[in-house]
Design a protein around this ligand. Structure first.
Ligand SMILES: [Ca+2]
Ligand SMILES: [Ca+2]
Ligand SMILES: [Ca+2]
Length: 226
């Protein structure tokens, strides 16, 4: 019994000494990730002046269609599948490497005959997406510049958004799938995501409204003369 107690005592002393040694070389906060930083395999793409067009349709009795031009910042996360940017694997087995993506912030503002309009993310549902290469010349790496010298990728986001107009807040019960082919990550100037499907807008309780959204386009990096 004494031997066991003695062993335990020494074990505790060693653990204590290791802890003291570790804390002496670890500055305050070294165990915590720095504020605001994400793991290195997640790339953050900021688009401070993205532009969008939203085709808004009002049902009866008004039957008015209008196109709203909006502009504002959008932030995207790209989830690479290794420690190095560009690393990707083929998880769906179609022979092409792909990565998950997500729009994490968006605030687009525009003018309309019905007043100021703001489009932002629905905070209750994530707006996720996928970017998948079109040719797999480099297994394990997304074949898309700047990760490879050439290649393009199909990129889409299932966007759940809110459209605020005056005192009204509209949502959708289904995502707007915004798609395009990108030739670079982040997208080149003028590369534009689009979806033509007409979907109904609902209120914050999920109830139908008189409004629908048709064609929506979104250009992360607009040309200078947009
Ligand atoms: Ca794939
Ligand atoms: Ca993958
Ligand atoms: Ca590849």
């Amino acid at each position: 019994m004494e031997i066991v107690d003695g062993t335990m005592l020494w074990a505790r002393r060693i653990v204590f000494l290791v802890l003291v040694l570790f804390l002496s070389v670890c500055p305050v906060g070294c165990l915590e990730p720095p504020d605001g930083e994400v793991p290195p395999e997640v790339e953050v793409d900021e688009f401070p002046e993205s532009v969008a067009k939203v085709y808004l349709i009002t049902g009866p009795p008004f039957w008015q269609n209008l196109t709203i031009d909006l502009t504002g910042p959008t932030t995207v996360h790209v989830f690479f599948e290794g420690a190095v940017e560009g690393e990707a694997s083929d998880n769906d087995g179609d022979g092409l490497d792909e990565v998950s993506t997500e729009i994490v912030a968006m605030k687009l503002i525009g003018d309309s005959p019905l007043g100021l309009v703001e489009v932002h993310l629905n905070p209750t549902i994530r707006s996720t997406g996928v970017a998948e290469e079109n040719t797999n010349n480099t297994p394990g790496m997304l074949d898309l510049p700047p990760f490879t010298t050439e290649g393009t990728a199909n990129s889409y986001f299932d966007v759940y958004f809110e459209l605020v107009m005056g005192e009204f807040v509209f949502r959708t019960n289904q995502p707007k799938r915004m798609e395009t082919v990108i030739s670079h990550k982040p997208p080149q100037e003028g590369e534009t995501y689009q979806n033509l499907t007409i979907i109904p807008l609902v209120d914050l309780y999920g109830q139908p409204t008189l409004f629908f959204v048709g064609n929506v386009s979104h250009t992360p990096v607009p040309p200078p003369d947009h």
